[in-house]
Design a protein around this ligand. Structure first.
Ligand SMILES: [Zn+2]
Ligand SMILES: [Zn+2]
Length: 279
């Protein structure tokens, strides 16, 4: 069974445990490696988001940044502390980030410049927002009902479609090691009215073409009783030989390795042979 996770959170972003507590639990589980991937979210209009008040009620406001310039020293300071703590534990610890990819003019260039100065080991793209047409206005997906109040906003169907198109762009950017929770938007009950099969298959296609890995997340089991991504997408990923990695998206120590046996079984039964591993 896979004895590591590369998608985990600490109280540096919205996790409940400290880095020390998470690493200690990984040692207890007998893991020899772990990746910690706290959120990295930078959007120029984030504080003006219609969902911002809800976002900061659920996690501390330090998690959200409106410019790369001030974010850089903040994250590099974190890296310094992180690496000191990691050294004290008898396992290999990778410093990663789960990055929301945005599509407004200039974001990608600024992000590239930012990561060229950032101390990190790997990057995941995990996308948690709906955006308007030019990407300048964002709404936290769990607050999707507020979308109707966005100036110049449109239908849920269009928000969903753009969300999946954003993920395709993130994959095509070549900036990320793997994709988190491909169809996280399934947590919205109304998603079933707009299945977005073609859009999701475009993500699978982009992963295959750009040789980017994808996770099977047991967080889906905790949230909606099913993996992210769902079975038909998983079958397609396996068929296209996209490398897969099991993630728990742990936000607390008790979630490390959560249902990895079930995920392992699903991958093996599906005939998955392409597994992802950080080099
Ligand atoms: Zn996420
Ligand atoms: Zn996460």
């Amino acid at each position: 069974m896979q004895k590591f996770s590369y998608h985990t959170h600490t109280d540096f972003s919205d996790g409940s445990n400290t880095l020390e507590e998470m690493l200690q639990q990984a040692v207890v589980l007998g893991w020899q490696e772990i990746g910690v991937s706290d959120h990295l979210i930078v959007h120029k209009n984030i504080t003006q988001s219609i969902s911002y008040q809800n976002m900061i009620a659920r996690a501390h406001s330090d998690m959200y940044h409106s410019d790369f310039k001030t974010a850089l020293p903040f994250f590099n300071k974190h890296a310094e502390i992180f690496r000191k703590i990691a050294k004290k534990f008898p396992l290999k610890v990778y410093l990663g980030y789960e990055v929301d990819f945005f599509t407004y003019d200039g974001w990608q260039e600024e992000f590239k410049e930012f990561i060229s100065r950032l101390d990190y080991d790997y990057l995941i793209t995990g996308n948690h927002f709906f955006t308007n047409l030019d990407g300048t206005e964002i709404v936290d997906i769990s607050q999707y009902k507020k979308c109707k109040d966005v100036r110049g906003g449109d239908s849920l169907e269009n928000y969903l479609r753009r969300h999946y198109q954003t993920i395709v762009k993130a994959v095509e950017s070549g900036l990320f090691d793997f994709l988190a929770h491909l169809d996280y938007a399934r947590k919205i009950p109304e998603h079933q009215n707009f299945p977005m099969i073609a859009e999701r298959l475009q993500i699978v296609d982009a992963l295959q073409r750009h040789n980017v890995a994808c996770e099977i997340s047991t967080k889906g089991l905790r949230k909606i009783g099913d993996f992210f991504p769902e079975n038909n997408m998983l079958a397609e990923l396996i068929k296209q030989k996209v490398p897969l990695v099991i993630s728990d998206d742990a936000h607390q120590t008790s979630e490390l390795g959560y249902a990895f046996d079930a995920a392992e079984k699903t991958l093996n039964n599906g005939g998955c042979v392409m597994r992802y591993h950080l080099k």
